[in-house]
Design a protein around this ligand. Structure first.
Ligand code: SF4
Length: 201
């Protein structure tokens, strides 16, 4: 297993990042994945959603948030007036951890350069942090339930904190919480731009 980090080419692109992710051998998750999941969405997206890791369905299809959690996210994005086709969705690690365990520190660290390159290319207005692992990885945060609904800024980047959609599979009452947060996110973006959502998605 190589310990050389992926380099950012001078002419980087989302397609280049995705191609490198698909063949990436940089951490032990490469040995157990079926398909790496680079993420998908628009280069021009103003909102970037970042979750924890691909699950079983994502691993099978090579696409992010296509299982039960993805269906919840799709539904709630629609209710918030945000089209999934108009955002970029990815995860902290791009390959499925065995049995859906939480990604380990070395895996998150190995995968970080890909995420940083995606963020640098997209330059989103807001990064929506989905759940504890993304919160911890991106902002060094602890409890997402204690901080959800908040907007924080770090190094000039705005982040919106909310729970992972998978949490709503196990506790139905959290669906309303996530719905409320995503509506707030949509409103926040709208107000910060002083224009309608459609103008910048
Ligand atoms: S999780 Fe990231 S670093 Fe690890 S093999 Fe997959 S793409 Fe590479």
């Amino acid at each position: 297993m190589s310990d050389v980090p992926p380099e950012k080419p001078s002419e980087d692109s989302l397609e280049t990042v995705a191609a490198e992710v698909v063949g990436c051998p940089m951490c032990k998750l490469a040995r157990t994945r079926r398909n790496a999941v680079p993420g998908e969405g628009q280069l021009s997206a103003k909102i970037m959603f970042i979750g924890e890791a691909p699950g079983k369905n994502e691993d099978e299809k090579g696409r992010p948030f296509v299982g039960a959690a993805g269906r919840i996210l799709d539904d709630l994005l629609k209710k918030a007036g945000i089209e999934r086709s108009q955002v970029f969705i990815t995860n902290v690690v791009k390959c499925r951890p065995p049995d859906n365990r939480v990604p380990e520190e070395d895996e998150v660290a190995a995968c970080r350069a890909y995420l940083d390159r995606q963020i640098a290319l997209i330059r989103p207005k807001v990064i929506c942090v989905l759940g504890r692992t993304a919160y911890s990885s991106l902002l060094g945060g602890g409890s997402i339930t204690a901080n959800r609904g908040k907007i924080v800024e770090k190094s000039g980047q705005k982040y919106f904190l909310t729970i992972h959609p998978a949490a709503a599979i196990y506790r139905k009452s959290l669906t309303a919480v996530l719905e409320s947060d995503l509506k707030r996110l949509a409103q926040e973006v709208k107000e910060s731009e002083g224009t309608s959502m459609e103008d910048y998605l």
